[in-house]
Design a protein around this ligand. Structure first.
Ligand code: HEM
Ligand code: FMN
Length: 467
């Protein structure tokens, strides 16, 4: 590999001729730039320079080998012996974040998921907060995901011995301390320097399953290595790469030692990233491909992103071990329905086709309370996934924050089960929830500012002053 001088690298500092140093190697990112899912601006900032520090804040070192062809590597960058380092300057934003962190409440002062969210809003940099908290377009689906739970009421039963509550369960055959798992969320290091490793630790300590994202900011090896016990279950969320051999390689590497489940997923169209990701993701993926996935793995395949009863029935017919009813946290198609709203119709369609017992049904989106878990279980889910809450908890408090968050979910579900008269998960039944209003949507009309603010109000004639 040739050594490239800093002077030569500095000359390739334009959009149409772009070299960047990452971990001592020089890469020609000219062709990749328009495809970068994080946008062009962030990469262009390092045109002809060393981008390692920022790159490491978001990406695992192996992302380059995973997504770029080897010929983009020009050589090794000459070592900078000049002693000249760009001085670290604290920006206004850094200062705001530093001060907010100094005033952060203690972890034992966090009492529910919303507490973590409000802390995260203050202590995260604006770009990270926007990435985590945002949804597609007008964020109607994102908000609806949680709001829909407000339209389900509970029908508590009394005179039941609830001295012991057991919420342990299995998911795809593996034990879990409660019917909740940590869902895949990309770029965990934006929340905390330990990224997805912190989630692995918290999941292991609380006995819950973690789904590792394809676009994790730590390498899969690091996340698997962070497990607290050797038999800790991890699932893997897979964005299918255009080059299918990569999925096969991944499976061969991890099937014995690492993530226990191998998850397939429909193409994610998160925000503007969708177009850019099309360079990486195979958007020809369709139902017939499932046969190929089944031929390369014996692990259960779960489809995440099911949003209609028709697709749920197809997933069962195509032999999926499970589905996750999900609109990806309202980050893709605005006005996609909330998963909890379509869960009952999916269950009844599966029952009608006699397919309800052949796969496990999970849902995610807007699960913020123990009672939300209860409602989902009552309507037929085997378990629920959480996305943003773990990112918020990790932002402020790392792995310990996520442990506390999981403990709060567990405590709330325990209290809900006790007050509902359901000592075990098997006691939770559909008739314990009232879903008569679930389908009601009250759509807010756009405010007519012209009528409300500019024009004189109409008043009854009798009230007009007599001039
Ligand atoms: C100096 C080089 C790079 C820098 C500074 C950088 C920085 C970033 C940043 C800041 C984001 C997040 C943007 C947001 O707020 O949504 C991002 C996203 C992303 N980057 Fe990079 N990046 C670099 C190189 C690369 C390379 C070489 C690859 C892959 C080969 C890559 C793959 C991705 C992916 C897949 C995402 C999207 C994750 C998602 O939205 O879910 N990046 N990058
Ligand atoms: C910041 C962020 C990144 C996400 N990245 C991914 C991803 O890479 N792959 C994926 O399958 N889902 C991803 N999701 C969706 C989650 O897995 C999950 O479906 C969703 O967050 C659940 O909704 P909730 O955030 O209301 O709990 C992401 C969600 C967020 C908030």
């Amino acid at each position: 590999m040739r050594t490239v001088s800093l002077q030569e690298i500095a000359q390739h500092n334009k959009k149409d001729d772009l070299w960047v140093i990452i971990h001592g190697k020089v890469y020609d990112l000219t062709k990749f730039l328009p495809e970068h899912p994080g946008g062009q601006k962030v990469v262009l900032k390092f045109a002809g320079k060393d981008g390692t520090k920022t790159f490491d804040r978001f990406h695992p070192a192996d992302i380059i080998q995973r997504y770029l062809s080897p010929d983009v590597c020009i050589g090794e960058a000459e070592v900078n012996n000049s002693g000249e380092q760009e001085p670290e300057v604290e920006t206004e934003e850094d200062k705001r974040v530093r001060l907010a962190r100094e005033k952060m409440p203690r972890l034992d002062e966090m009492y529910n998921t919303f507490d973590f969210e409000s802390v995260a809003r203050n202590i995260l940099k604006a770009d990270s907060w926007a990435y985590f908290n945002g949804g597609a377009n007008d964020e109607i689906s994102m908000r609806e995901n949680h709001n829909a739970f407000h339209r389900i009421w509970l029908r508590p039963r009394v005179m039941v011995d609830v001295s012991k509550i057991d919420m342990t369960t299995t998911m795809l055959g593996d034990k879990a301390s409660m019917p909740l798992y940590i869902s895949a969320t990309a770029l965990g290091k934006m929340a905390h320097p330990d990224g997805e490793k912190a989630l692995a630790v918290a999941a292991g300590k609380r006995g819950v399953i973690q789904m590792i994202p394809t676009l994790a900011s730590c390498s899969i090896d690091e996340i698997v290595g962070a497990r607290v016990h050797a038999d800790q279950t991890q699932w893997f969320q897979l964005y299918v790469h255009k080059d299918r051999r990569r999925e096969k390689d991944l499976r061969q590497k991890y099937v014995h030692e690492g993530p226990n489940e191998f998850q397939d997923e429909e193409i994610n169209r998160e925000g503007g990233a969708a177009t850019a990701m099309s360079g990486i993701i195979d958007n020809t993926l369709n139902w017939n491909d499932l046969a190929w996935f089944k031929s390369i793995t014996k692990l259960p395949i779960v489809l995440k992103g099911i949003q209609t009863k028709e697709d749920a029935v197809l997933a069962a017919r195509y032999g999926c071990a499970g589905i996750v009813i999900s609109n990806h946290g309202g980050r893709q198609l605005d006005f996609a329905p909330s998963p909890i709203e379509i869960l009952p119709e999916i269950m009844s369609a599966l029952k009608q086709e006699k397919l309800e017992n052949i796969m496990e049904i999970y849902i995610d989106g807007g699960i913020r309370r123990g009672s939300d878990i209860f409602k989902a279980l009552a309507l037929g889910a085997k378990g629920v996934g959480i996305g943003r809450p773990t990112l918020y908890a990790m932002s402020g408090y790392g792995a310990k924050g996520v442990q506390r968050l999981l403990e709060l979910y567990q405590n709330e579900l325990e209290m809900c089960m006790r007050l509902m008269g359901t000592p075990t998960l098997a006691d939770i039944k559909p008739e314990m929830v009232d879903i008569r209003n679930l389908k009601d949507h009250f759509v807010a009309n756009p405010t007519d500012y012209l009528a409300n603010l500019s024009y004189e109000k109409m008043v009854p004639r009798g009230n007009l002053s007599k001039l």
